[in-house]
Write a protein that binds this ligand. Structure first.
Ligand code: PLP
Length: 401
């Protein structure tokens, strides 16, 4: 069967509008489409393929596990799931792990756990969840309502209740809302979809303090920032602010679907037998690949390498901006970078994405005003340099009109 992009419009629900290009294979940070055109990948499947495409360690883990056992369900546990959980808890503040299959599911578990913890410890009146405008936490109805863009949660009938939103990087706005009725505050320790917005250190520390004052749990959504993305294993480590619950997905499986919620024993113990679950959560294939990804990323040279690559990107992007004056700011951390467009180009991030694709470069946007890069954490210097040359040609095209 000849597969074409037109088939998408015939047989797929129209909630996405994918590119005309259909990639068929990838290696490292290079991808080839059906016509064998080659692309450089600065998008990483939206911060997922943290080791590029078909990394040998991940291919090996998947192949080996595929000949052992694929699936059991949670009626039984399995070796890869327990090995990975041991490594995640050894490397972080957490004592316990819950496995899911996506970021939204990990967040759903975190929010349900927070509600249950509050009910058990403080009673029914402590159910308020506070999150932040522009925050993104996934597309289940609970997580999308906690997210800070009403446009994503409107139009589906009555929403889950007792959820309010404060301003990110504005401690006063949180102070006005938080009370002893607050059960949890959920935030990204660097807003991704919202426009690559890092928190100030004072803000992050202040959020932690306010949570402590009001006996509220702090949930860090590290679905996008986790697994080395910021140059730290998890972004909270760089911030020096420790949450009570942390969620991780995207890069966790390096391209194989898996999510996880990490927490302390004191909190996690409230998710008692039967309170929550997932058929696929902790699937052996997913956990085997995630273990290989974790082992590869959680090494000093890889994490240091992220910081070096950050500098190479930022220098290159500043040089482009000196010639073309399109960005008001290049921001972000590690290999989660945002080029904020200046007044003249505001609202046109998609144009830069389309122009990049024409130059055989895959990039992302974060809202209408920010061009986002989230490449492989081990992308080569040559691929960065060549990709930036392609990006410069794309910028020149947009500027020329
Ligand atoms: C992508 C993302 C999610 C949602 O993850 P899915 O796997 O798409 O469900 C949640 N939170 C953050 C911060 C994200 O970037």
């Amino acid at each position: 069967m000849q597969v074409t992009r037109e088939i998408f419009d015939q047989v797929m629900v129209p909630n996405y509008a994918p590119s005309k290009v259909i990639p068929v294979r990838g290696e490292g940070s290079r991808v080839w489409d059906q016509q064998d055109n080659e692309y450089i990948d600065f998008a990483g499947g939206i911060a997922v393929t943290c080791l590029g495409h078909c990394h040998p360690a991940l291919v090996k883990a998947l192949q080996e596990q595929s000949e052992k056992i694929w699936h059991l369900s949670n009626v039984m546990t399995n070796e890869p799931a327990l090995r990975l959980a041991k490594k995640l808890t050894d490397a972080t503040f957490a004592d316990q792990v819950y496995y899911a299959n996506s970021g939204a599911e990990a967040n759903e578990a975190a929010l349900k756990l927070a509600r249950r913890w509050a009910l058990d410890n403080h009673g029914e009146q402590k159910s308020q969840i506070i999150s932040f405008n522009k925050g993104f936490h996934g597309r289940t109805f609970f997580t999308v309502t906690v997210g800070g863009q009403a446009a994503y949660s409107d139009g589906f009938g009555p929403k889950p209740g007792d959820i309010v939103h404060a301003e990110y990087n504005n401690l006063d706005s949180l102070r006005e809302l938080i009370s002893d009725k607050t059960c949890a505050v959920m935030m990204e320790p660097l807003q991704g979809e919202g426009g690559i917005i890092p928190p100030t250190k004072e803000f992050a520390e202040g959020v932690r303090e306010l949570c402590d004052q009001h006996n509220a749990l702090l949930i860090f959504d590290e679905v996008q920032t986790g697994v080395g993305r910021t140059g730290h294993l998890y972004a909270y480590m760089g911030l020096g602010v420790t949450p009570d619950i942390l969620t991780t997905a995207k890069a966790l499986g390096g391209g194989f679907p898996i999510g996880a919620m990490l927490t302390t024993k004191a909190v996690g113990d409230h998710l008692k037998v039967g309170t929550h679950g997932s058929t696929y959560g902790g699937n052996p294939l997913a956990c085997a690949v995630a273990e290989a990804a974790f082992d590869t990323v959680n090494q000093a040279e890889v994490l240091e390498g992220v910081k070096a690559r950050y500098q190479r990107y930022v220098d290159g992007l500043h040089a482009i901006n000196e010639k073309y004056s399109v960005f008001s700011e290049v921001r972000g951390q590690g290999l989660l970078l945002g080029c904020a467009l200046n007044e003249q180009y505001k609202g046109r991030a998609r144009d830069f994405l389309m122009a990049s694709m024409e130059e055989n470069l895959m990039v992302l946007v974060a809202g209408a005003d920010v061009v986002r890069f989230a490449p492989s954490l081990v992308i080569t210097e040559q691929d960065i340099d060549e990709g930036l040359q392609r990006f410069e040609r794309a910028v020149a095209k947009v500027v020329a009109g």
